[in-house]
Design a protein around this ligand. Structure first.
Ligand code: ADP
Ligand code: MG
Length: 664
């Protein structure tokens, strides 16, 4: 009996066994080995990479490149653990731009397979061949003939790990995985020619030419059905400091299988955050269970990337992951909308009351939520108006606090014309304005805005919203001004137009403006009619600029024909139009380009941010606009500058309230 209770003797595992276990974690199947070898060949600046396999890479996996080769003197240690030509100090880890950096791949392979390397550098007269076992060179490298570059030959993978070998029973499946990895690298590296061949087959299973292009390689590998639906775009984000190059299918294409080729800093990776956000955009358009084809290459500052989290370095994590995924989502959304005129036919209707995809996904169901932390996540829940203001019923029966009126709009006096085809903005003054907005954006405020839940309007300048457990009041006028200013500079040259029918006489509007208090006219300013004339002259002279860049049209005979349309379903309030026009003539600096755009956009934003709050139908409509147009746009587009913090006041928060009411 007592013998049963004897503790086991702890022994140190044999080093070979330890290494084998570690290697088995890094190299789990032939495709992992191929990925490492491809990365090595690409690091060695090869322009041609040929892969040969037998039995799905389990019998043979050979990769030949025409890169730099390996120096003869390095052959002795190349397969030891932690030997690398790419990293010398720990600090280098954060700066490393090449693929491999831990010097583990070849070592790992040599612990679980028979490995030989044949290589020739430009300096050597002949090549050398060396064989390895358990990280060590066997014998001496032997001179041999050969071209510049390296041939790495892996035979009998997992010969010493019978269970692993057993688990990988299907060579066909392994071959499939190998060709997927190769295909992805081939798309990402179109300048390099890739070949994949099954040993003994006359024809390669896959081949891409040298100096090809990404879309051409997608056509060769994935077929014309995908390549002809591709939308190509690149995007640079100044706030989160990343660049994206993308090739994505339009909504006309869909497949059962989701193909997402994601490279971050040139490495093939998985990122759940990016995958889900891209998927969620397509989910609106594609039939259930169908997916797009997406190729995406992101470049992040290397120090923001943590590639070390997984032994196979597959799933990555990076700083600002959520924000970057969200920014990409917006880009994808915008491109899909911009590219496809028939998109609405594909849009799946959501049943009333069905949860919004984004909102349900972010909730962590396993986490226990205490009552004091309960927050509303559904903006259609009852709102403040119900308790504060009586329902505003207008003649048309429009009320401001039921959610059903969301689709109803008052009689349209303006018609919005379809957006022109997007024109690329090259003016540095405008690009500078955009850059300033992006650089100033407060990341923390951005995240608050993104997740806010609208509670209700207080008055024409103030509204309440909730974020997590806190209730805030904000100055909606400042928010709107900033929003419309940003819309102006991002829609520059591409503004849709709100057509005014019938057109309005500019001069009469200007006279009208001088009558108003806001114009602050005094007799010292001169005769009103003369002032209106000279203001009209200025605007007429500048009409071509306003039409070309902002979609504000004034005809030659002085009729105002259109205004820029900056937000779907938003129309500026006509009551403020006269003063706006006057201010365009007097406050905009028409002399200098950058100043001109800046002041024009600011003035327009000021005009657009004013809502008509006189009681009655218009006030009801303003409330509606606040809730259904402006707040959604704040959430979606507004890049808040830090100064906007002064326009947000925390009123209370749940934990505090809870303390008070718990006592009752
Ligand atoms: P890492 O890539 O992390 O440095 P590896 O074990 O993958 O580690 O490779 C070790 C070293 O072998 C590399 O740093 C590189 O110098 C050399 N090497 C491996 N493959 C090649 C190749 N195809 N061409 C040239 N050099 C290579
Ligand atoms: Mg490597």
């Amino acid at each position: 009996m007592a013998a049963d209770l004897e503790p086991g003797v702890i022994r140190k595992l044999d080093e070979v066994v330890v290494n084998r276990i570690a290697a088995g974690e890094i190299i789990q199947r032939p495709a992992n080995a191929l990925k490492e070898l491809l990365e090595n060949s690409l690091d060695a600046q090869s322009s041609h990479i040929q892969v040969q396999v037998k039995a799905g890479g389990l019998k043979l996996l050979q990769i030949q490149d025409n890169g730099t080769g390996i120096r003869r003197e390095d052959l002795a240690i190349v397969c030891e653990r932690f030997t690398t030509s790419k990293l010398t100090r720990f600090e280098d880890l954060s700066q490393i731009a090449t693929f491999g950096f831990r010097g583990e791949a070849l070592a790992s392979i040599s612990h679980v397979a028979h490995l030989s390397i044949q290589t020739k550098t430009a300096k050597e007269k002949c090549g050398y061949k060396a064989t390895y076992a358990d990280g060590k060179l066997q014998g001496q490298p032997k001179p041999c003939a050969g071209n510049q570059g390296t041939i790495i030959c892996i035979e009998d993978l997992f010969y010493n790990m019978p269970q692993r070998r057993q688990a990988l029973r299907s060579p066909a499946e392994e071959f499939q995985r190998l060709s997927e990895v190769l295909a992805r690298y081939a798309v990402h590296n179109p300048r390099v020619g890739f070949t994949l061949r099954k040993q003994g087959d006359a024809q390669p299973a896959l081949r891409t030419p040298v100096a090809s292009s990404r879309s051409e390689n997608i056509r060769i590998i994935y077929g014309a059905a995908i390549s002809k639906e591709l939308l190509e775009f690149s995007h640079r984000d100044e706030v989160f400091k990343f660049e994206a190059e993308c090739l994505i299918t339009q909504v006309n294409y869909s497949a059962k299988k989701c193909q997402m080729l994601l490279f971050i800093n040139q490495r093939l990776v998985e990122s759940t955050a990016i995958r889900t956000s891209v998927d969620s955009v397509y989910a609106t358009y594609l039939p259930r269970g169908h997916h797009p084809f997406v190729y995406m290459s992101l470049t992040l500052p290397p120090q923001n990337l943590d590639v070390n989290v997984h032994p196979t370095k597959h799933e990555v994590h990076f700083l600002y992951q959520e924000e970057i995924a969200d920014s990409i989502k917006q880009q994808v959304e915008a491109r899909l909308l911009g590219s496809n005129a028939t998109r609405t036919f594909y849009k799946q209707l959501r049943l009333p009351g069905a949860p919004d995809l984004d909102e349900t996904q972010s909730a962590d169901k396993t986490q226990r939520i205490y009552p004091k932390e309960l927050v509303r996540t559904d903006s259609t829940e009852q709102k403040l108006d119900k308790f504060l203001a009586p329902l505003v019923k207008s003649d048309s029966g429009m009320s401001s606090s039921s959610s059903q009126e969301a689709s109803r709009l008052p009689e349209e006096s303006f018609r919005v014309t379809a957006a022109k085809k997007s024109r690329e903005v090259r003016l540095s003054s405008v690009l500078d304005m955009r850059k300033r907005v992006e650089l100033q954006c407060s990341v923390q405020l951005r995240s608050t805005l993104k997740n806010l839940v609208y509670v209700g309007c207080v008055d024409e300048r103030r509204a309440l919203f909730q974020h997590e457990t806190r209730l805030y009041m904000c100055n909606t006028r400042s928010f709107s001004e900033e929003l419309f200013y940003q819309r102006m500079i991002y829609e520059f040259q591409n503004c849709s137009e709100i057509t005014i029918t019938p057109p309005l006489p500019l001069k009469e509007l200007l006279v009208l403006s001088l009558e108003s208090e806001a114009a602050g006219w005094t007799s010292e300013d001169g005769d009103k009619a003369e002032l209106a004339d000279s203001a009209a002259d200025i605007l007429l002279k500048k009409a071509p600029i306003m039409r070309e860049y902002f979609g504000l049209r004034i005809s030659e005979n002085g009729m105002l024909e259109s205004l820029p349309s900056l937000l779907h379903q938003h129309r500026p309030c006509v009551a403020f139009l006269p003063v706006y026009l006057l201010r365009l003539a007097t406050e905009v600096d028409w002399e200098q380009e950058a100043r001109c755009f800046e002041t024009f956009c600011r003035e327009t934003a000021r005009f657009y941010a004013q809502l008509d709050w006189r009681e009655g139908a218009t006030a009801g409509f303003s409330r509606w606009t606040m809730e259904h147009v402006l707040f959604p746009a704040f959430k979606k587009y507004l890049l808040p500058p830090p100064r906007i913090k002064d326009q947000i006041y925390e009123l209370t928060n749940l934990p505090t309230l809870y303390k008070v009411f718990e006592r009752c």
